[in-house]
Design a protein around this ligand. Structure first.
Ligand code: ATP
Ligand code: MG
Length: 259
């Protein structure tokens, strides 16, 4: 059965999609069967995996709202080594349409059920909001990966997210846990980042992933080629860090004996 993880942080632009796409590619490179679900109407994970989001016949929207089977909507982009359930701006409408549905926060979970034995990992890229879409991801997942930049305001939003995760755990999904916090876009030359990183260590202990993702321009360039950084320039520092992250993730999953 697949380990289902979502990459979440309601702050925008903190590296969720970069993390989701590169973790997917890194795990695929370690011979894991991976499905990446794009749950953001921006469709960045879709485009960043080499799929033209405006040309998809079926997307996660049709799966959630029209009951199209997840398997039928899943695509296999040629260069990346993992499957993708794409998204585009249509998905913004799902927020409204899901509201009236029965078990509205569990629709995604129901859809994933069909394929849990086809994959080792299902990764969900969340939108930058604690919305009904994100709630669907939290209800479907075994764990949350939280990417964050080591900046002062990063810590403020974190408590809202952690509280939401606690509430979902208490009321909707007993399986849910924080797998770990991932420091991303890290620049060790900036003293404040070092300080926040130390604070995080103190606060979160081993909930913090050991690997730290550096700020690296190759990771930022890769999406314009429709590729994860890990595939676009495997030898770059950013890609190497994400490859190491994949290894750490597999170790962490084994330690949690979730397999
Ligand atoms: P949103 O909340 O809008 O979905 P996000 O949290 O998914 O954003 P990303 O899209 O992954 O964030 O990253 C935001 C921007 O930062 C992008 O332009 C991305 O290419 C860039 N970026 C992400 N990680 C790194 C990194 N380690 N080094 C350099 N640039 C990065
Ligand atoms: Mg994103």
């Amino acid at each position: 059965m697949a380990n289902i993880f979502c990459v979440a942080n309601q702050k925008g632009g903190v590296g969720k999609t970069t993390t989701a796409v590169n973790l997917a590619a890194s795990l695929a490179g370690l011979d894991q069967r991976v499905l990446l679900i794009d749950l953001d109407p921006q469709g960045n994970a879709t485009m960043g995996s080499g799929i033209d989001k405006s040309a998809c016949e079926n997307t996660v929207y049709e799966v959630l709202v029209d009951g199209v089977s997840l398997r039928d909507a899943t695509m296999r982009p040629p260069a990346v080594g993992y499957d993708v359930l794409p998204a585009n701006r249509e998905l913004a409408g799902a927020e409204v349409e899901l509201v009236d549905m029965e078990n509205r926060e569990r629709i995604l979970r129901g859809a994933i059920d069909e394929v849990v034995d086809d994959y080792d990992f299902v990764l969900i890229d969340c939108p930058p909001a604690l919305s009904l879409l994100t709630l669907n991801a939290l209800c479907a997942a075994h764990g949350v990966v939280i990417p964050m930049q080591c900046e002062y305001f990063a810590l403020e939003g974190l408590s809202d997210l952690v509280n939401t995760i606690k509430q979902v755990h208490a009321n909707l999904n007993r399986d849910l846990k924080v797998i770990g916090l991932l420091r991303v876009m890290f620049d060790p030359r900036i003293t404040l980042q070092q300080q926040v990183s130390d604070q995080l260590k103190e606060h979160f202990g081993d909930k913090l992933f050991d690997v730290v993702i550096p700020r690296n321009v190759r990771l930022a360039e890769a999406p314009s080629y429709g590729l994860p950084g890990v595939v676009f320039d495997k030898s770059s520092r950013g890609a190497q860090a994400y490859i190491q992250f994949g290894t750490e993730m597999i170790e962490r999953v084994r330690a949690l004996s979730m397999n």
